[in-house]
Design a protein around this ligand. Structure first.
Ligand code: ZN
Length: 307
């Protein structure tokens, strides 16, 4: 079992699909922190979804899926870049108690204030360019339905998702009906293919999705269809945190706040929420942050800093 993303297309139609399987990348997330079972399940499903959505993007950058919760779970966030490098983390409320059978609405939408956001963050932003972000209410009983509703309302794209995750694997299937380019040709056939593809996929339950590798699943579902399969790709865990980015964040906090923290603590340790990497900044490092114009000069690796 290896981490794989497999795209496919139903021949002579505008219906496309993707399957993803994350085991090593998912293990890397689970190894770094322990999550209550239903939270881990949601996070794994979001990881699968991020890989599936990212593989269809035609831009060089990252897609970030976020659920801002108003219940025992405050935040779930998954990032996936164009090379299918993923990272994920969550934030729980301090006094959270989470039942093993808790569902999405209880976890993140207790008072109806939860939000789902998709951000597209280009790798090479122009000066002043903001990432694109769409935010919607948490409309749905599962990660899959929340995303389906988002895609239909915000992107006008018919999208269906089947997602499942346990403590071993996260898997997902995405089907999408592409809009035809203004013409009507093929649309009846596309609708037929779409309906058939969705009906067949709807027979797959969580257990089958968790216990079946994706190529077997693809054959089992669509052996009677003419399906074109593309070169498989390999998603992986990778955190994009750097000392430079952490330094940048300290700089944004402002010198007053940083000096205050230094006075309390002697030096600052910032731990990355995604990968657990620690970054130390002593008073000299911090002074350099605020003394230099170019950030890159100020945040060299500790060994290289001239004291
Ligand atoms: Zn990190």
């Amino acid at each position: 079992m290896s981490d794989t993303l497999q795209k496919f297309m139903f021949e002579n139609s505008l219906v496309r699909g993707e399957l993803v399987e994350l085991s090593e990348a998912w293990r890397q997330v689970l190894n770094r922190r322990s999550y209550p079972a239903p939270v881990a399940c949601m996070l794994g499903e979001m990881m699968s979804a991020a890989a599936l959505l990212s593989a269809n993007l035609k831009f060089n950058g990252s897609i970030i899926l976020q659920i801002h919760g108003d219940g025992p779970v405050k935040l779930l966030v998954v990032e996936c870049d164009a090379a299918l490098q993923l990272r994920a983390t969550t934030k729980l409320a301090d006094d959270s108690s989470i039942a093993d059978n808790a569902r999405l609405q209880q976890l993140v939408n207790l008072n109806g204030q939860g939000r789902f956001a998709i951000t597209l963050d280009p790798a090479d932003k122009l000066p002043g360019q903001q990432p694109y972000q769409g935010i919607v209410a948490l409309d749905g009983e599962s990660v899959a339905t929340v995303i389906e509703n988002y895609m239909l309302r915000s992107e006008q794209l018919d999208t269906k998702l089947w997602l499942a995750a346990d403590n071993i694997v996260a898997r997902g299937l995405l089907l999408q009906k592409l809009p035809d380019q203004g013409g009507k040709t093929g649309s009846v056939q596309d609708t037929d293919t779409w309906n058939r593809a969705v009906t067949l996929a709807s027979t797959v339950g969580d257990e089958e999705l968790l216990s079946t590798d994706i190529m077997t699943l693809l054959r089992r579902l669509y052996w009677e269809e003419q399906v074109r399969v593309f070169e498989p790709r390999q998603p992986m865990f990778r955190c994009s945190c750097t000392r430079e980015k952490v330094g940048n964040m300290l700089k944004m906090l402002g010198q007053g706040e940083v000096d205050e923290a230094l006075a309390d603590l002697g030096k600052l340790e910032i731990t990355c929420d995604f990968c657990g990497q620690g970054y130390w900044f002593d008073p000299v490092d911090c002074a350099q942050l605020f003394a230099t114009e170019t950030l890159a000069d100020a945040v060299q690796a500790p060994g290289k800093v001239q004291h």
